[in-house]
Write a protein that binds this ligand. Sequence first.
Ligand code: GLU
Length: 397
Amino acid sequence: MKDLSTRTLNIAASLTVAIDTLAKQMIADGKDVVSLGAGEPDFPTPTPIQDAAVNAIREGKTRYTAPVGILEVRKAVAEKLKVENGLDYKPEQIIMTSGAKHAVFNSLAALVNEGDEVIIPAPYWVTYPELVKWLGGKPVIVNTKIEDGFKIKPEALKAAITAKTKAILLNNPCNPTGAVYSKAELEALSKVIVEGDIYCISDEVYEYFTYDTEFCSAAALPGMAERTIVINGFSKSHCMTGWRIGYDAAPAEIAKIIGKIQGQATHHPSNVAQYAALGALQMDKSNVHAMQAAFRKRRDYMLKRTAEILPEPCRAPEGAFYLFAPVKSFYGKKTPEGKTINGSIELCEYLLQSQGLAIVPGAAFGDDSCVRFSYAASDETLQKACDRFIGGLKELN
Ligand code: GLU
């Protein structure tokens, strides 16, 4: 048989997705597993959104849409970006996608040529470097420090820019660290971005979940709108993970290219899911605010419980719903079976096997010294997860 695609063979499978799939399978098989693997809000999709989807089905809105999505939905997204983020987009600059992950793919596919460099601050979301590689680009990882709040500094960004740099991929608020860039910090970065004449892909899917810092879109800063692709979605904000619906908001020329990509690759995201998204956009924000308040409490609970066992404190996340916990003081220790834990992957394997706790190794996010908990889970689940985490770590010698 002939070789398969080298480019595809050379990318890693998503570890967040793999762990989530494994944990769900173990639970289906009757195993006692507590999963804080994938970031998936535990609340149901709000009723008005369900109704919008059911109505769409009953009204026969089940046929093809334009590749870029339904005009009415794109108008509502443009309105949201105007009112909430102060951004001026025409509906033709909005492309509905099958989730925010797909929107990241579209953006990179529109920008990256063979050998182009894309700057990615680390810790990063697992998918970013792999998509860059898949498209023939080169991820340039810039490590951030915990003492800098896991945020890339303008000087570090400047130093990473070369003649081959095409873009920076920012995740604000950040998965996995929970870092949120203030307006002033974004302003400082945007100066370097504009001066370096590079694009910015700004993944803002956790926008509503900030705890101490006000969210600001990267595209809102001077000179940025024409070089920024804003990415957002409904999975996290409206508990719609399985609906797969998100969007790109892009400069007109890039939006056209993304429309072309979708026209050839997927045609468009689900018609029904687009109407569900419209339902989400037309709802008041009470659900979102209630979730934000619940996540803040859960974040505080996780910080308190993990401090019972971790010698190094976790940095309090300012946003998203993940806790990135430093665990390297446990490396080199042995499990009760005599196996040495050498890194975050082995630690997570041990916790899953011995405690039935599914969390994600920091190695997946470019930082092997930590593990990631998603705290978008019920209070009871978080309590069990913390008990198991502490219990498992106590058994290491
Ligand atoms: N974005 C979520 C996470 O990081 C869901 C899984 C994924 O797509 O990576 O856990």
